[in-house]
Write a protein of this length. Structure first.
Length: 221
């Protein structure tokens, strides 16, 4: 199991490095987040042993149940919240996560500002953009992005980047390019985009963080 995890990790890292080279980017500028949602500690430990340190979770409660023990075993773990966040969970999220990728509305901006002030801690923050304007997806609209960025700044929050999930079953490249352009327009250095099926494409089009689950953990039974 250990060697299998190490092989998967090496392949994904090599894919990212190759994509970065083709785009004349530095592979070191692209952070690999292993999406560990729904996987238990025993499934995660082999990846930690293979050297992976950045992990992504969808739910505050699930992360709180398994990560304190794992972080106690291995210093230096960086936790990313990549799923939707309820405003009433903001305080827990700020305490637990080093980065939150799903800031997408006014009420959450205000809740996070209060939570950060109370905790004296400032996680890295990404605004999630509903890049394909899909009703069923979280994220602010492209049109509302400037207003949300202004509100975050006025609330004392520093927004580091943008996150998006392109529509399924279409070429993601135009959506990645759009997110890159939006981040550039607003002077934001980070772009969280790309998953197991398209992380190489994302790496070529400006991603600074790719969120990879299946390619690292394998398909679910």
């Amino acid at each position: 199991m250990m060697s299998e995890a190490a092989e998967r990790l090496a392949k994904v890292r090599a894919d990212i490095a190759g994509a970065a080279q083709r785009a004349q980017r530095r592979a070191a500028d692209i952070e690999l987040i292993a999406v560990s949602k729904t996987h238990d500690a025993n499934a995660i430990r082999p990846l930690i042993a293979a050297g992976q340190r950045h992990f992504g979770e969808n739910r505050v409660q699930e992360a709180a149940a398994k990560w304190p023990e794992l972080q106690g075993e291995t210093p230096g773990i960086i936790l990313h919240l990549i799923g939707q966040l309820q405003s009433n969970k903001a305080e827990e999220a700020v305490a637990l996560f080093d980065a939150i990728h799903s800031v997408d509305r006014s009420s959450l901006v205000q809740a996070l500002a209060k939570a950060c002030d109370k905790a004296g801690k400032r996680p890295q923050l990404f605004i999630q953009v509903n890049i394909g304007d899909e009703e069923q997806k979280g994220g602010c609209t492209v049109a509302n992005l400037p207003a949300l960025l202004t509100e975050a700044k006025n609330a004392g929050l520093s927004i580091d980047g943008l996150m998006a999930i392109p529509p399924a079953d279409v070429d993601p490249a135009p959506y990645f390019a759009l997110l890159d352009e939006l981040a550039e327009r607003h002077g934001l250095p980070l772009r969280s985009m790309g998953m197991s099926g398209d992380y190489e494409n994302a790496a070529m089009l400006g991603a600074t963080h790719v969120r990879v689950g299946t390619a690292l953990f394998g398909s679910r039974g």
